[in-house]
Design a binder for this molecule. Structure first.
Ligand code: ADP
Ligand code: MG
Length: 340
């Protein structure tokens, strides 16, 4: 059987069935943003790991090492944020090709350390080895949360409102601008505010503080970070909660910079917002009775739809017409799973 037959998430589901987690006291195992287990009467530990591979996740022709270090930390801290936790420690394992000068690796750690410092998180270990021709980065983040306050992907219920913490699609447009620049079209292809989009792609800010506030308030029934794209990550919440969702296209938050860049890139801005990944905003659901509790937190969140019975996700347009929204993010064994 080829890996592309079941795709990345089919493979993970098969690995999960072979895992030994039922014999462990893990409260959350394979399938959520981070694994969680009880460490004391009041607290649980969180662990997550991500692998970044040169020419799969990043392109050194337009990525500087400082940003690469920052982003390697951000993608992991974002998974701790998605559980409502506080990151405490990181471990990094690098496989480095001979051609990379030591100073560039130190730049990587300057960027990595800048985000860790901002989040009061420490690097406590790792591993270093050589690689034949590509740079491989593996980061593990460890965190903690109060026991009653983690939020998984599995708690969304029909009627819950769906929220995101920020504009979507900026990162994907930023990547396209960078790719065009590499091909000699000039990095300004995305308009006056292209720099903002590029920065969002290269140095995303994980929503750690907001994730913690949302979790502590007890208002969220489910939460995930947007790493693969809204359509994909919402489908993870829906699958694990056994529900569907309606997303109102006019409510999906998009920045003015994205609108300008999308026009220049001749693609609908909404396509970046729905399917473009790596925004690292939080996507979460709140029961109608707890929306006021969320509003009291005064976070810059946007309501974009509601959880429904059934299993499908629909996009509702300006005239109230529904069309099915299929997950269209990136699958490592299938590439872009569906083009709009
Ligand atoms: P995220 O986008 O939040 O990083 P992923 O889509 O990478 O999450 O992974 C989904 C879930 O599957 C996570 O719980 C992760 O720990 C688990 N997972 C992914 N790959 C493997 C693997 N090779 N072995 C065990 N668990 C895995
Ligand atoms: Mg995640």
């Amino acid at each position: 059987m080829k890996l592309s037959n079941h795709g990345e998430f089919g493979l993970i589901e098969r690995i999960r069935k072979l895992s030994f987690q039922k014999t462990l006291s893990a409260r959350v195992g394979i399938g959520d943003d981070a694994a969680a287990w009880k460490i004391s009467a009041s607290h649980i530990a969180l662990a997550t790991t991500d692998l970044l591979v040169e020419d799969v996740h990043f392109d050194l022709s337009y990525t500087d090492y400082y940003s690469l270090g920052w982003k390697s930390a951000a993608v992991n801290l974002s998974d701790i944020a998605a559980m409502g936790g506080t990151p405490r420690f990181c471990l990094t394992a690098l496989a480095i090709p001979a051609g990379i000068p030591e100073e560039r690796i130190l730049d990587f750690y300057r960027g990595f350390g800048a985000l860790l410092r901002a989040e009061k998180t420490s690097l406590i270990g790792g591993d270093t080895c050589s690689s034949r021709d590509r740079f491989f980065i593996s980061v593990t983040a460890l965190g903690e949360a109060r026991r009653s306050q983690i939020v998984t992907r599995a708690g969304a219920r029909p009627g819950d409102r769906i929220f995101v913490t920020g504009p979507l699609g900026d990162s994907a447009a930023g990547m396209e601008i960078l790719k065009k620049g590499r091909r000699g079209h000039g990095a300004k292809g995305g308009g006056r505010n292209a720099g903002r989009l590029v920065e969002k792609h290269l140095r995303p800010v994980p929503r750690v503080e907001w994730g913690r506030k949302i979790a502590r308030s007890g208002c969220a029934s489910a939460m995930i970070d947007i790493s693969d794209g809204l359509s994909s990550d919402l489908s993870h919440i829906c699958r694990q909660s056994g529900v569907g969702a309606d997303i109102v296209s006019s409510l999906v938050p998009m920045s003015g910079s994205l609108a300008e860049a999308a026009f220049r890139l001749s693609k609908p801005a909404l396509q970046y917002a729905l399917d473009g990944g790596e925004d690292y905003e939080l996507l979460f659901t709140v029961s109608a009775s707890r929306v006021s509790r969320l509003r009291a937190l005064k976070l810059p969140v946007t309501e974009i739809g509601a959880i429904t019975r059934g299993k499908r996700i629909h996009l509702v347009n300006g005239e109230g017409k529904k069309s099915e929204l299929h997950p269209a993010g990136y699958d490592h064994f299938r590439g872009l799973t569906r083009k709009r």
